[in-house]
Each structure stands twice: as structure tokens, then as C-alpha cells.
Design a protein around this ligand. Structure first.
Ligand SMILES: Nc1ncnc2c1ncn2[C@@H]1O[C@H](COP(=O)(O)OP(=O)(O)OP(=O)(O)O)[C@@H](O)[C@H]1O
Ligand SMILES: [Mg+2]
Length: 253
């Protein structure tokens, strides 16, 4: 198991607590429409999309919801490696009609309620495959079987795949690696997503350096930047209060 899947390996750590805050924020981020399919992307490669989505998937599954994590990065798929799974068959096989989803969806060891659909073999035309009617119908059919479908996608700044997926996915999380992504690149990523009318739910600021107390947190904040400071302070206060009451730091839905 990859050491970055901290919500599984160290569920009581402050970092796991931060992922549970993201889970809670996602739960309350949409009033009008149920959020059933969520995609993660970033401006550039290596910002932490797979780590973030893997941990969010585990955190949601820990509440008892049936979660499917799909590797929608058909160019450099990595979800199977994070969860120690084979990637012989996956999304591509299902879409071209070579396999049935129920035969290729896997369950990572000891992770109740969590299911993973790996990418399958890298296809020659990932964008066309992801934008195909077959893929859209497939996602629609999965919505009946799972409470939540999370999709790991490639960077939006490099290829169109994430933008293509965003057109029919309920919500998008943008991961920004602190000290790695330039403001310009992050803005470009936001612009691309806005152009396709993606429902950007918010940003996960990842890879924050440890502070001088030796602890570090991942923050999730609303896409309405004006509220960031306010929300952040209240979230911290709430977290402190909660810690006093119970040794379990979880923010349960
Ligand atoms: N919060 C974090 N703290 C430290 N290292 C991290 C963190 N998040 C990700 N990493 C590291 O950064 C690298 C990239 O992470 P990850 O695979 O999640 O990125 P990605 O955005 O999915 O990459 P790609 O664009 O290649 O799909 C990995 O080596 C991972 O261990
Ligand atoms: Mg990745």
C-alpha cells in the first residue's frame, strides 16, 4: 500500500482529519444538485491528484458509502499502483466492449466499501474514448450501483481529457501543489475548466510545507476566494473544539 494513502494507514493523524474535512466540504458543496460524480485534476503533472483522490475515496468509503474510484488518466495511469492492484483490464476494455464492468472492478485489500476501476491498457485516443457516448452511458449506469464515483484525471494544462470529462461530471476538484504550480498555470487551468462550464467545487492546496510546530494540514477552500480566510479560521476553531470533546478527530457526516 502506498504510504501516501494516509487515511487508511493512519486514520487518526491530522492529515487524515484534513481529508475528512474535504469530505465534509464536498458533502455540503452542492445544494441544488446531488454530487455523485467528482473528478480531480490539476494544472500540471505530479501535483498530487492521485494521492488526493485516493485519500478522499478512502475517507468517503469509511463513512459506509459505496465508492468507486476510476482511473481516468488513460495516458499515465497510476491508481492501480497506489492501491496495489493489477491493471490488466479496466476502463478501456469496458468501453470497447471487451469486458463487463463487474468483472474488472476490483476491491483493494481490507478497504470496505471501496471499489477501483483501473485504466486498462493505454489506448491510442484517450480524449475520444473519454468523450464518447459509450463512456457517458457507462458512467450513468455506474451511478445506479455506487453512492459516489470519483475519477482521477490527467492535468488540465497538458491534455484535453480532464476538460472533456468535466462536461458530464457533476463536480471538479482542482489540486494545486504549493511551491510547484505557478499562479499563471493555476489561473489557466481554472480558465480551461470555466470554458467547458465545469462545476469547479474548489481547490485542494497540496504539498504544504510543515510549519514550525511540526504539524501540517491540507486545506480545502471554496472557489469563492473572498471567503477563504473566514472559512479557514472557523474550520480551525471547530477542529480545536472537536478535539477537546473526543479523542477521535473525525468530522463525521
Ligand atoms: N501531500 C503530499 N506530500 C508529499 N508528497 C506528496 C503529496 N502529494 C503527492 N505527493 C507526492 O508527489 C508525487 C506525485 O503525486 P501524485 O501521483 O498524486 O500526483 P499526480 O498529480 O497524480 O501526478 P500525475 O500528473 O503524474 O498523475 C508522488 O511522488 C507523491 O508521493
Ligand atoms: Mg495521477
Amino acid at each position: 500500500m502506498n504510504p501516501n494513502l494516509i487515511t487508511y494507514l493512519q486514520p487518526k493523524s491530522p492529515i487524515s482529519e484534513a481529508y475528512r474535512m474535504i469530505r465534509t466540504n464536498l458533502h455540503y458543496s452542492s445544494y441544488d444538485k446531488e454530487l455523485k460524480t467528482i473528478l480531480v485534476t490539476s494544472a500540471g503533472p505530479g501535483e498530487g491528484k492521485s494521492v488526493t483522490m485516493g485519500n478522499i475515496a478512502i475517507a468517503i468509503a469509511q463513512t459506509g458509502k459505496k465508492v468507486l474510484l476510476i482511473d481516468g488518466d488513460l495516458r499515465k495511469p497510476k491508481v492501480h499502483r497506489y492501491f496495489d492492484l493489477a491493471n490488466v483490464q479496466g476502463v478501456t476494455n469496458v468501453i470497447v466492449g471487451e469486458a463487463h464492468a463487474e468483472d474488472v472492478i476490483q476491491q483493494p485489500k481490507d478497504m470496505e466499501n471501496l471499489y477501483v476501476l483501473t485504466s486498462g491498457p493505454v489506448p491510442p485516443n484517450p480524449s475520444e474514448l473519454l468523450g464518447s457516448q459509450k463512456m457517458k452511458d457507462f458512467i450513468t449506469s455506474l451511478k445506479e450501483q455506487f453512492d459516489m464515483i470519483l475519477i482521477d484525471a490527467p492535468p488540465v494544462g497538458s491534455v484535453t481529457d480532464a476538460a472533456v470529462l468535466s462536461t458530464y461530471i457533476d463536480g471538479v476538484i482542482l489540486v494545486i501543489a504549493s511551491g510547484q504550480t505557478t499562479i499563471e498555470a493555476a489561473k489557466r487551468a481554472r480558465d480551461v475548466l470555466q470554458q467547458v462550464k465545469a462545476n469547479v467545487l474548489g481547490v485542494v492546496l497540496n504539498k504544504i510545507k510543515k510549519n514550525n510546530t511540526g504539524s501540517y494540514y491540507y486545506y480545502y477552500y471554496s472557489s469563492y476566494e473572498a471567503y477563504y480566510g473566514e472559512e479557514d479560521t472557523t474550520a480551525k476553531k471547530r477542529r480545536r473544539k472537536k478535539k477537546k470533546k473526543t479523542p477521535d478527530h473525525g468530522v463525521h457526516i
